[in-house]
Design a protein around this ligand. Structure first.
Ligand code: ATP
Ligand code: MG
Length: 552
């Protein structure tokens, strides 16, 4: 992270103070995803903050699966999360599972009971909610609240041994039913769930709640600064209560920062899962999703994602970041890295009638004019080529400088051609153009005889390779969620357009996730899921132009 960011990073200020006061010796952070879905760009923000801070202060970061809910979690998610964190370029110190601490959590809960600070509750979830009160009214104490320690110990053990059904009992902290902070009104610590857990199998049928489990996990691992998003701010007193009353040796400190939101994007895993499960998209790695695997498949690089996260920095105020800012960073990253080649997305055949039949010549083409080190390739040129349909108009408006009957344009890296004849099918559609070329105008020979206003791209028809192009638009049309309406009603029915065209023959060697700039069309990535030996599929990452400007 750069200096501009350092000065505005309130978490760094806290850490600096903690180090200089001697409160902590070494910084330990953690990234604690629940394995109930794939990671998204919001998680990338958290990853960059956690690993970035540890890195800045020569500390450590653990990857910890917060897997305390057997009903929603799966090893598929565990594996994808590990892959995504590594792909982003981060190395964790310890790899931990909250479920490996179940025994210790249980012991700490028993300790609370013994201290008279927890009790087994018979009320149903609805009744608990009713008794809890509101922001303006204090809660009511439950009849279960005054059970003896012995009875609580016995009941909790029987909960553990599976004597009760789901929802029949819970363990609650005994704090204060009239606390102004509703989180402190005897929060639930343990619930019963007869379900198989992806890591502990059927060993447990009681599971700790997040608010109880998280501080204990942090303390066990010696996490010094436990960073979470601002919706947990009101839970901080409970976090500290658990650390203190459970007599944890380490005293981690919870600090909150703002969640990342992006325009035209759904970010919660619950909603993403719904889009996947209900087949709105082609899996968790659909290139339209803000998941890390979706962004990867779309063609975003780890560098662009990390640079984006560093730019948005750490703040406490919630805001919506324009998705164009993310796109800005991939353009920046690929500008000098991606070879620039020609692709025809909507082909129109052009026959160059005065070019000798059977002749093929090789033309020099620069791979990246902004980065001459990328060298020069050779591209074939012959009597038949493809151009874009939109680069020809039979009856053009004023200021249309591309091909129309009688007009001359420059073919990038090749010659001037002039449109002599338009060939149509029975329905009147233009199916082919007949043009002539001028051999004097060859690119690179310094021809100055006359000027043309338009330059268009093309590929040689005899050797071009067929390719499929996938163009994407926002998956979500409107950020405003209307009351009573599901976000699914905001899904854009036209977010994917599939085109079949051609690329240069040198694309034969293109491998999954290779990235190119196609002249005038934008940046593209070789799709790793649908590309096969004889079928190339390209995902458009971004178009070339943007009105977006980074604020300085
Ligand atoms: P979701 O609602 O998408 O499931 P979550 O917060 O429940 O998000 P977790 O797996 O619990 O997801 O998150 C792991 C870490 O990533 C947490 O520390 C969480 O605060 C952080 N995180 C999740 N979403 C965002 C976001 N949009 N912006 C910043 N950090 C996030
Ligand atoms: Mg969650």
């Amino acid at each position: 992270m750069d200096n501009k960011e350092a000065s505005s990073n309130f978490i760094k200020n806290i850490i600096n103070e903690d180090l200089s006061s001697g409160k902590v010796q070494e910084i330990v952070t953690r990234f604690p995803p629940e394995p109930n879905g794939y990671l998204h760009i919001g998680h990338a923000k958290s990853i960059v903050i956690n690993f970035g801070l540890a890195d800045d202060f020569k500390g450590k970061t653990n990857l910890r699966f917060d897997d305390t809910n057997p009903l929603k979690e799966d090893v598929e998610y565990v594996d994808s999360i590990k892959e995504d964190v590594s792909w982003l370029g981060f190395e964790w110190e310890g790899l931990h599972y909250a479920s490996n601490y179940f025994e210790e959590m249980y012991d700490r809960a028993v300790l609370l009971i013994k201290k008279g600070l927890a009790y087994v509750e018979d009320l149903s979830a609805d009744e608990i909610r009713e008794y809890r009160g509101t922001l303006t009214e204090p809660g009511k104490e439950s009849p279960s609240r005054n059970r003896s320690i012995e009875e609580n110990l016995d009941l909790f053990e029987r909960m553990k041994h599976g004597e009760f059904k789901d929802g029949e009992k819970v363990l609650r902290a005994k704090i204060d039913m009239s606390s102004p902070n509703i989180n402190m009104r005897d929060p639930v610590l343990y619930r019963i769930a007869h379900a198989t857990h992806h890591n502990t199998g059927d060993k447990w049928c009681i599971y700790p709640m997040y608010a109880f489990a998280h501080p204990i996990e942090d303390a066990i691992e010696g996490v010094t600064h436990s960073l979470c998003t601002t919706e947990f701010e009101d839970q901080r007193p409970l976090y500290n209560w658990v650390v203190e009353k459970c007599e944890m040796e380490a005293k981690p400190q919870q600090i909150e920062f703002a969640r990342l939101n992006l325009t035209n994007t759904v970010m919660s895993k619950r909603k993403l899962k719904q889009l996947v499960d209900e087949n709105y998209v082609d899996g968790w790695d659909d290139p339209r999703l803000p998941t890390i695997s979706g962004l990867r498949r779309r063609g975003f690089t780890p560098e662009s994602i990390v640079a984006f996260c560093q730019e948005i920095g750490v703040s406490k105020g919630n805001s919506i970041v324009d998705v164009q800012m993310l796109e800005h960073f991939i353009r920046e990253d690929l500008k000098l890295k991606a070879p620039r080649t020609m692709a025809i997305l909507r082909p129109l055949k052009v026959v160059i009638t005065n070019y000798p039949e059977g002749q093929v010549e090789m033309l020099d083409a620069e791979n990246n004019p902004e980065n001459p080190e990328m060298g020069i390739r050779q591209i074939p040129f012959s009597r038949e080529i493809y151009i874009e349909q939109e680069d020809f108009m039979e009856n053009p408006p004023k200021k249309y400088f591309r091909l129309f009957p009688g007009n001359e344009v420059r073919l990038k890296h090749a010659y001037f051609i002039k449109c002599e004849e338009v060939i149509k099918d029975e329905e009147g559609n233009v199916v082919e153009l007949h043009c002539t070329y001028d051999p004097e105008t060859k690119s690179g020979t310094g021809f100055t005889g006359r000027k043309v206003k338009g330059t268009i791209h093309w590929v040689d028809a005899s050797q071009a390779k067929r390719a499929e192009f996938r163009l994407y638009d926002s998956l979500i049309l409107d950020d405003e969620e209307q009351e009573g309406k599901s976000f699914l009603e905001n899904v854009n029915p036209h977010s994917l357009e599939i085109l079949n065209g051609f690329v240069e023959p040198n694309m034969e060697d293109a491998k999954a996730n290779d990235k190119f700039q196609f002249f005038r069309h934008g940046y593209f990535n070789v799709d790793p899921k649908h590309t096969t030996e004889d079928h190339l599929v390209f995902n458009r990452i971004v178009s070339l132009k943007s009105s977006f400007k980074l604020k300085k």
